[in-house]
Design a protein around this ligand. Structure first.
Ligand code: SAM
Length: 263
């Protein structure tokens, strides 16, 4: 493609390594008859590799300046559809698909939220994201990385860190190390009270300096004495922190708060 200046605001760090591109394609494992949605195809480096599989590809690129190049690359390939739009507003018409993207790092959380919202259609997802965020996404209770992002993602997906990628494999090189993660849907039933569960989890992590009860009182539970009784009933220490509470314990706590008409 002609001289093109990558746009920082759109997180444009283009992959230059064939080896990394092949490793991502191996994770997503495209087959004829499958639909693959790619977030931000950029100059098409990964798209070309995915298209070799003869799977049907929908490549959603926000940057209008890249569309002419992508259309030239795939114009005659009826298996590749290039859309010029914001992926976050994209509503796919497909019942099932695999999702892949070397993500612009500033939209990682909204893309993961999108994935959770569309979980019934997502066969699997493979994202290149910042290493630190990958560690957070795949964290377990008890560590400093445990967060609402990990809880809401892991409620619906198993998260696996596949491999790390050094800055030299991109143009321009980003300032941070990246990781490729794979999200595989889990069979678990959705929470009984999803809105209350989300509210409880967000409120619990509101201030990481505070113990859980101090985050819940008074915004969610009026009295400290009531909060302590409920925490004990959920099998939690009254001085525990949100970082120590597992998803199952948050679900149990939600049920108790609903049963006491607190939420
Ligand atoms: N896939 C290419 C590669 O690996 O070389 C490009 C990856 S680059 C990190 C991120 C791409 O996402 C850029 O092409 C950028 O223009 C595009 N992008 C940024 N925000 C977007 C959005 N909201 N929706 C769709 N594409 C977006």
């Amino acid at each position: 493609m002609q001289a093109y200046h990558p746009k920082k605001r759109l997180g444009q760090n283009f992959l230059t390594s064939d080896k990394i591109i092949s490793k991502i394609a191996e994770v997503i494992d495209p087959h004829p008859g499958e639909r693959i949605i790619e977030i931000g195809p950029g100059r098409g480096a990964l798209t070309v590799r995915l298209a070799e599989s003869s799977a049907s590809i929908t490549a959603v690129e926000f940057d209008r300046d890249l569309i002419a190049h992508l259309s030239r690359l795939f114009g005659t390939n009826e298996k590749v559809e290039v859309l010029n739009q914001d992926f976050l507003l994209y509503e796919p018409p497909y019942e099932r698909f695999k999702l892949v993207g070397n993500l612009p790092y500033n939209i990682t959380s909204p893309v993961v939220d999108w994935c959770v919202r569309h979980r019934e259609a997502v066969d699997c997802a493979c994202f290149m994201i910042q290493k630190e965020v990958a560690r957070r996404l795949s964290s377990s209770p008890g560590g400093k990385d445990w967060s609402p992002l990990a809880i809401f993602t892991q409620l619906h997906f198993d998260v696996r860190i596949c491999f790390d990628v050094a800055p030299k494999h991109f143009e321009p090189p980003p300032k941070v190390i990246s990781s490729v993660v794979e999200l595989t849907p889990r069979e678990t039933a959705p929470p009984e009270y999803p809105q209350q569960f989300e509210r409880l989890v967000r409120q619990s992590f509101k201030s990481r300096r505070k113990v859980l009860s101090n985050n819940l009182v008074p915004d969610l539970i009026g009295e400290m004495s009531a909060a302590k009784v409920i925490l004990e009933e959920a099998g939690l220490a009254t001085n525990c922190r949100a970082e120590q509470v597992s998803t199952e314990q948050f679900l149990k706590l939600t049920k108790l708060l609903v049963s006491y008409n607190i939420m």
